[in-house]
Design a protein around this ligand. Structure first.
Ligand code: BGC
Length: 693
């Protein structure tokens, strides 16, 4: 496991006094001159009363103070409190840059870009005085109807782990990141009490590997326990998840905090199971925890362990030291440019026939932009992931800026009149913006948000597409939503479809960049788009007890031989790519080794574009039944017209292990493994095999 970033702490410590020689006013790091975080935390714990310790273990206000959720400072010992802010697409406190939602960023398949987003959001959080960022949301998308689908990166644990780890690495240059919600939080409407039953193999192979990755290789400083329960134990008091796996097997050194208000159900039960911090108040961890220790229900050692973790994190991340950035980073021009770059990189071109796209600004006369969403900057969820930028660009504003307002005819409603449709018919192309909003999906706010009732577009939007397609042969449908949408009823009636997700504050400009061909679409689906909802496992957002099976997403479709509408990993471009020369460094790789492969990718078209190379592995499945294939590695390759590159891909064989129920451990199956490389889970022209002896 990588150590938490110690650099800021050491810099401060070098300037500090030493414990015992301090006046008491110095920040904790300065009091530990020359000590490593571990030793300093231990020394501070030794100086604390039980009340001091418990005060470190809970929040102090149910509502944010200056946009931040707080835990207490310890003035006597110079220990700063946590100052926390959401969230996954930007900072929720005051005005901040609103990036595209995580699902859109997942569609970039570009961890290096995501690291820059994590760094930008982390910097804005620090610029607002926060020291903990309540992101990334990294629950596996078991089903696209999950209301908070937009907050996570997709349906595959390898892809999700790579994106979340990149975000954490970037964010933790400025603040402590928070991997949430641990674990199996993938239903919104019943999230407060749904009990998820899952067998150990499914838990280990499907729902946890991405969390393990952010702990082990990104050194995430904090983890948030989910509201729901797993196997009958609430996640905030789930000893198997918190102690056995997270803190035990994975060696997590940071702290575990609860989700907000309704997540904690008992004092001793939570403390004993390994919950370190209750948020946003101390309903169970204030006076009740002191009493539980006094009554012998919670050993003092349990409190000491929690406080040691909290202090270690504060020290290792240099909390209380000089801020890494000032407030000027918030909503900087650089961050707006990054938001536009990411929005562009994450939009997925799903269909493009008869040269419908790109629209050529040189030859094009007039474009009709249709639908109520055309005139709105549709940013997504209004719950804890909401971000409020001081400006945001709608599709209409973006297209008007690029083309000139006189060449854009706006029909910003979902039921155009006959006269408006005549105007649309007379334009050279019609762009119809449809999809969902925070009213349809998102965190469940009672009156809006929550899980989706259907994967179809709202009926009014299907009717709008039909009305426009009937008058304009060049109808381009732009969809805004947090995850998959079914389209079977109308897809054949239009030549082009672009999935824009919730594209953030610069979404309108990014959309114009792609529609007008200033850049080539390069997003790839991080989630399968089914033909019909019944092609996926049942999404039950009503019952309070559900069972998660082994298969979901592309694994489920593959096992059942069901063709998706658009497969996982799919996305078109304005150029074309050739994949060739799959070569493995060795045909035999030991169980503790790494498979190294290269693939030649050539841009065979006339425009620049980014290819995404996806490598899947088919496992032998001798001892246990395996999925047909699993994503094991991927890389994004920007290529000029005619350019060719040898793209390296690496797979740790240990990551292909299955969970052996008999021994309670991961086990690599010896035998012959298939390697399949291509541009989606259903387009894998290159194959090879290797053996694990
Ligand atoms: C959400 C968390 C969020 C917290 C604080 C909860 O309702 O589930 O994701 O970080 O509120 O806003």
């Amino acid at each position: 496991m990588s150590e938490l970033a110690p650099a800021p702490f050491l810099a401060l410590a070098a300037l500090g006094c030493a414990l015992g020689a301090c006046t008491g006013d110095e920040p904790a790091p300065a009091r530990c001159a020359g000590l490593a975080p571990d030793a300093c935390a231990a020394a501070l714990v030794a100086e604390m009363s039980l009340a001091d310790k418990v005060a470190q273990m809970h929040g102090t206000s149910i509502v944010p103070v200056g946009g931040l959720y707080l835990t207490a400072d310890d003035a006597r010992l110079g220990i700063p409190g946590f100052r926390m802010t959401d969230g996954p697409r930007g900072v929720r406190a005051g005005f901040a840059t609103c990036f595209p939602v995580a699902m859109a960023r997942g569609a970039t398949w570009d961890p290096a870009l995501e690291e820059r987003v994590g760094e930008a959001i982390g910097a804005e959080a620090a610029g607002k005085g926060a020291n903990v960022l309540l992101a990334p949301t990294m629950n596996l998308l078991r089903h696209p109807a999950w209301g908070r689908a937009q907050e996570t990166y997709g349906e595959d644990p390898v892809h999700l782990g790579a994106m979340a780890a990149a975000f954490v690495t970037g964010a933790q240059r400025h603040v402590v990141a928070n991997a949430k919600h641990f674990a199996l939080n993938s239903i919104e409407d019943t999230r407060l009490d749904v009990d998820v039953t899952v067998d150990e193999r499914t838990l280990r192979e499907i729902y946890l590997p991405h969390f393990a990755r952010v702990v082990r290789s990104a050194g995430v400083g904090s983890v948030m326990s989910a509201y729901n329960s797993v196997q009958g134990a609430y996640c905030s008091e789930n000893e198997h998840l918190l102690r056995d796996i997270l803190k035990g097997e994975w060696g997590f050194r940071g702290f575990v905090m609860s989700d907000w208000v309704f997540a904690v159900h008992g004092t001793a039960s939570s403390a004993l199971a390994g919950l370190d911090v209750e948020m946003p108040l101390g309903a169970y961890y204030g006076a009740p925890l002191v009493a539980a220790v006094d009554a012998g229900e919670v050993p003092l050692g349990v409190v000491d362990e929690a406080v040691t973790r909290i202090l270690h994190t504060k020290l290792a991340f240099g909390l209380g030291g000089a801020p890494t950035v000032g407030p000027e980073v918030v909503e900087s021009a650089e961050h707006a440019a990054l938001a536009r770059e990411v929005a562009r990189a994450g939009m997925v071109l799903l269909k493009n026939e008869a040269g419908a796209l790109p629209l050529d600004p040189a030859s094009l006369g007039r474009v009709a932009l249709v639908g109520a969403l055309a005139a709105v900057a549709n940013l997504g969820d209004e719950g804890s992931s909401a971000v409020h930028p001081s400006h945001a660009v709608s599709p209409l504003a973006g297209l008007s800026a690029a083309l000139g307002a006189s060449r854009v005819t706006a029909v910003p409603n979902d039921a155009p009149s006959a006269a408006e449709l005549a105007d649309v018919a007379a334009a050279d192309a019609a762009v119809v913006v449809v999809g969902l909003t925070s009213a349809d999906e998102g965190e469940n706010l009672g009156t809006k948000g929550g899980d989706r009732a259907s994967l179809a577009l709202p009926p009014a939007h299907e009717a709008l597409i039909a009305a426009v397609a009937a008058v304009s042969p060049r109808t381009i449908v732009v969809i805004e939503a947090g995850a998959s949408v079914t389209m079977q009823s109308w897809l054949a009636s239009v030549p082009a479809v672009l999935m824009a997700w919730y594209p953030g504050q610069e979404g309108g400009h990014a959309l114009a960049d792609l529609l007008l061909g200033a850049s080539s679409p390069s997003g790839r689906l991080p989630v399968s788009f089914p033909v019909a909802e019944q092609d996926l496992p049942l999404f039950d957002h009503v019952s309070h007890a559900v069972t998660y099976g082994y298969d979901h997403g592309y694994r489920h479709l593959d096992r059942n031989g069901t063709a998706p509408l658009f497969p996982f990993g799919f996305g078109l471009s304005y150029t074309s790519f050739d994949f060739a020369e799959l070569s493995l460094a060795s045909s035999s790789v030991p169980a503790d080794g790494t498979l190294e492969a290269t693939v030649r990718v050539t841009n065979t078209g006339a425009r620049a574009g980014d290819a995404v190379v996806e490598l899947y592995v088919a496992q032998p499945g001798v001892a246990v039944v395996q999925p047909s294939r699993v994503l094991a590695a991927f890389a994004r390759a920007p290529l000029a017209p005619g350019e060719s590159a040898l793209v390296p891909l690496a797979v740790r064989v240990a990551d292909l292990a299955y969970w052996d129920e008999a021994t309670g451990a991961f086990r690599v199956e010896p035998g012959s493994y298939g390697v399949e490389v291509g541009s989606s889970a259903r387009e894998l022209p290159l194959t090879a095999t290797f053996t694990v002896p």
